[in-house]
Design a protein around this ligand. Structure first.
Ligand SMILES: Cc1cc2nc3c(=O)[nH]c(=O)nc-3n(C[C@H](O)[C@H](O)[C@H](O)COP(=O)(O)OP(=O)(O)OC[C@H]3O[C@@H](n4cnc5c(N)ncnc54)[C@H](O)[C@@H]3O)c2cc1C
Length: 438
């Protein structure tokens, strides 16, 4: 049964478009469809958009959570043909044209799936149960609380080896998220731990970055990988390449060569899988969790169902025969393309296939250290770091967020301090509660 909940635009005569997910792709879509002859309903399990590229800065207490998040109602409120409902979408019925949620079902004429991706543990259940993840604000706050709790807990221990195990932070996956997180933790070791935890030796803290490949930032140029590796080593990060993780328990990480690392904190940043919604299994790739789409984003030949962003794998782009990378620029460009496609559909215009314009890649590894790949050009150091900051600030959703981020960065740059080191909501380990509330 479809939901009877009233939507403010019910009387409009337009087709119903349901957009599931308000990430980079979903938000771009609703902004593009605002004022168009469609009744748009945005569904998301969160009440806010999250700027994921800066999550690691929330996790390492450089930015407050509200500086990288923006409430959907603030965006959608002024739009006369767009509504928002906070709901977890649980299934799709393509025959009945219904989307099922934890608050009932919604009818659609056009369905757009923009549910992004989730962490991929490659079937390793012990890691899934124990390791920390970084996909949303709640998880970023968990990481922040966890490392601060570990610092405080270590002070109460007498045995040096035990203290050290609380100060061993292992990050698995040396892509941009792992590299950026490792760099930020290394700066905390060099500043906060050294200055403010005077009863502890800062050398006791280890930051280990593990990857199965033979270089960090595998998808960047070789020059950028080499620069990033050098920056990490300069900051004291232990980088273990060609290393496979096989499992973990509450206080150890197991490696492929049979050795172990004593640690209470493993952060898993080693891969993602599409966050597909049940109901369209025939139109998705089981291994990647992404919907198989044509060059306009139409899912598996189904009428009126599209997918965009991380959860979609588009065919037909000669430069990307295996699908586009799961990054924000792809999500935004696919959403812009779909808006143009839907406008053409409403007004009888011509449809152009989607082609991704790759604008380059960048990652930062601590203060004044970053790498940038722009086409065939590669550069690192202070200029790359400034460019990284400029690009990320400009991509934030609101002026307030941009202002807050800039102010925080300026303060941190001048004072060398991460000031937001508050344990507001203590992290309770799922399988080990011994440090809860420390
Ligand atoms: C830590 C981190 C750092 C990153 N850094 C970069 C970077 O520097 N540069 C870059 O280009 N990319 C980066 N990325 C990747 C980038 O963030 C993603 O490619 C991008 O967010 C994909 O956009 P999307 O709209 O497809 O999905 P998302 O932005 O993930 O949005 C998905 C939305 O769907 C909602 N949702 C999911 N399932 C459901 C459901 N069943 N019901 C209701 N709502 C649902 C979620 O709540 C979320 O709001 C990073 C990602 C992470 C996690």
């Amino acid at each position: 049964m479809p939901s009877r909940a009233k939507l403010h635009y019910d009387n409009l005569p337009h087709p119903k478009v349901v957009v599931v997910g308000g990430g980079f792709a979903g938000l771009e879509l609703v902004q593009g469809l605002s004022g168009q002859p469609y009744k748009v309903l945005l569904l998301d399990r969160q009440n806010h958009h999250c700027f994921q590229p800066l999550l690691y800065q929330v996790a390492t207490a450089s930015l407050s959570a509200d500086s990288i998040a923006h409430p959907f109602r603030r965006t959608v409120g002024p739009m006369s043909n767009v509504a928002f409902r906070m709901a977890n979408v649980t299934a799709v019925d393509a025959d009945k044209k219904l989307v099922y949620t934890d608050h009932g079902a919604f009818e659609y004429d056009i369905l757009i799936l923009a549910t992004g991706s989730r962490t991929n543990f490659f079937g390793m259940r012990d890691l899934e149960a124990t390791a920390m993840q970084l996909k949303n604000i709640s998880q970023a706050l968990d990481i922040r609380s966890d490392f601060l709790q570990d610092f405080e807990a270590a002070l109460y221990l007498h045995d040096e080896a035990e203290k050290r195990s609380y100060l061993n932070f292992v990050i698995v996956g040396a892509g941009p998220t792992g590299v950026e997180l490792a760099g930020a933790l290394a700066e905390i070791k060099r500043t906060v731990l050294k200055r403010e935890y005077r009863e502890m030796e800062s050398e006791w803290m280890r930051i280990v970055l593990i990857d199965g490949n033979d270089r960090v930032l595998q998808h960047f140029s070789e020059e950028s990988s080499a620069d990033a590796y050098r920056y990490l080593r300069e900051l004291g990060v232990e980088v273990m390449l060609n290393t496979r993780v096989t499992g973990c328990d509450d206080d150890r990480l197991m490696l492929g060569d049979g050795t172990t690392i004593d640690t209470h904190t493993v952060i898993w940043a080693a891969g993602v899988i599409g966050a597909a919604v049940p109901g369209l299994e025939g139109a998705m790739n089981e291994r990647s969790g992404r919907y198989n789409c044509d060059e306009h984003g139409r899912v598996g030949g189904l009428d009126g169902i599209y997918a965009v962003g991380d959860v979609a794998s588009y065919a037909g782009d000669p430069e990307w025969p295996k699908g586009h990378p799961q990054v924000a620029t792809v999500a935004i460009q696919q959403a812009q393309h779909l808006v143009a496609h839907l406008k053409a559909r409403a007004n009888g215009g011509r449809e152009k296939p989607f082609r991704y314009r790759n604008k380059g890649s960048m990652a930062t590894i601590g203060r004044r250290r970053a790498v940038v790949d722009l086409g065939k050009r590669q550069f690192g150091g202070t200029f790359a770091w400034l460019l990284w900051m400029f690009v990320h600030v400009m991509q934030l959703v609101s002026f307030r967020n941009r202002f807050m981020v800039l102010m925080n960065w300026a303060w941190k740059y001048m004072s060398w301090r991460n000031t937001i080191r508050l344990i507001i909501r203590p992290y309770v380990r799922r399988s080990n509660t011994d440090t809860a509330g420390a």
